[in-house]
Ligand binder design. Structure first.
Ligand code: NAI
Ligand code: MG
Length: 359
């Protein structure tokens, strides 16, 4: 297969972790007989330094014409970096928001996996962490409260702020289909999370999700209220396979789920559009505090590359190979600093990439 990838290394640890993901992809290409062509693109601070803006139209066009985008992360230290003296719409993060929007990426997938090798690092009770868990949060990314009309004004002499939460049935249907498709490739369970006891948008959400469920008779659907879900994620995360939810609930729940695994450096993510196209990036940021020291954990980015093979190219065997290599290296006791525990062998970013590529 020919894979035409746009690569945005970005800022901070971005270039370091993307280099390792490419190393692993190159090894996969060699072993399974694929051709990977990479086009490097600038975004965020790296683009501001060269072009004065965090994202150029040319970069958007090249990203659009690629088969998928592999990204590190963007941004710097807001207190010290000159990028943050610019107006908000010219700062590094504005580039990422604009790119997501231009590419129509409405489905955000964030797996939260507790590897049995890393149970010691898990902040949950031992009886829970011993079971391990492997869940996927499917968050709607382009609707809801973050995109509705907002305004602050005086009403009867009192300052009042208004945010609007809007969803239409088409927006709900397309994200629901994505969740059921992905559950079909996993343990065939979707838990749709809403606040249908209060919100109209949630009642429509529930109705449309139930309609979509009829198209997928082999996938089980349950519903859960968002406040309960926040508790259940801490109490018994192993009960979940795919959690389907709207934008703001998904933002909060996905950060919660990632922290119960104990290590941001391990967590991949993907944002998909209507077709097979996607943007794949680690869940964490550019970690300016550890950039340039060869200590960042490249596993989140390497696992994001595995998601890319699975969801944009249907290369399940190749994705499995990467995930198994990661588990094997962890089982052999190799750790970067962020996941280090007693008796393990500490390695740097490049060594971790080498080990995974070899396996
Ligand atoms: P962060 O995720 O970059 O860092 C939080 C903590 O986690 C830091 O202590 C960092 O060293 C650690 N960490 C993160 N990734 C790691 C890895 N792979 N290995 C080991 N340790 C890791 O979040 P923070 O500090 O809030 O943001 C830093 C910058 O990143 C900001 O400019 C922010 O806007 C940007 N950011 C960018 C994102 C993106 O590109 N999608 C997402 C989140 C933040
Ligand atoms: Mg968040």
């Amino acid at each position: 297969m020919n894979l035409n990838l746009a690569v945005i290394s970005g800022d901070g640890i971005g270039p370091e972790v993307v280099r390792e993901a490419r190393k692993v992809l190159d090894r996969i290409a060699e072993k399974y007989g694929h051709e990977i062509h990479y086009t490097d693109l600038l975004m965020g601070g790296a683009s501001i330094d060269v072009h004065g803006v965090p994202l150029t139209d040319e970069t958007i066009e090249i990203a659009k014409s690629s088969d998928a985008v592999l990204m590190g992360s963007i941004g710097g230290n807001a207190a010290t970096s000159p990028w943050y003296k610019l107006p908000a719409d010219r700062r590094p993060e504005a580039g990422l928001l604009k790119l997501r929007k231009s590419l129509g990426l409405f489905a955000n997938l964030r797996p939260a996996i507790l590897y049995k090798e890393l149970q010691d690092a898990c902040p949950l009770r031992k009886d829970i962490s011993d079971k391990g868990f492997d869940l996927m949060i499917m968050r709607e990314l382009t609707g809801g409260l973050y995109f509705g009309a907002r305004e602050t004004k005086e009403v009867d002499g009192v300052m009042t702020a208004i945010d609007t939460l809007t969803y239409n049935e088409n927006e709900i249907r397309r994200i629901a289909r994505r969740a059921f498709d992905i559950a079909g490739k996993r343990r065939k369970k979707v838990c749709s999370v809403d606040k249908a006891n209060v919100l109209d948008s949630s009642r429509l959400w529930r109705k449309v999700v139930e309609e979509v469920a009829k198209e997928y008779p082999d996938v089980e659907l349950t519903h859960m209220l968002v406040d309960n879900c926040a508790m259940q994620l801490v109490k018994d995360p192993a009960q979940f396979d795919v959690i389907l939810t709207e934008n703001m609930f998904g933002d909060i729940l996905s950060d919660e789920a990632s922290m119960v695994t104990g290590s941001i450096g391990m967590l991949a993510s993907a944002s998909l559009n209507d077709s097979k196209f996607g943007l794949y990036e680690p869940s964490g940021g550019s970690a300016p505090d550890i950039a340039g020291q060869n200590i960042a954990n490249p596993i989140a980015t390497i696992l994001s590359a595995a998601m890319m093979l699975r969801y944009s190219f249907d290369l399940d065997k190749e994705a499995d190979a990467i995930e198994q290599a990661v588990s094997q290296v962890l089982a052999e006791g190799y750790r970067t600093g962020d996941i280090m525990s007693e008796g393990c062998k500490k390695v740097g970013t490049t060594e971790m990439g080498d080990l995974i590529a070899e396996r």
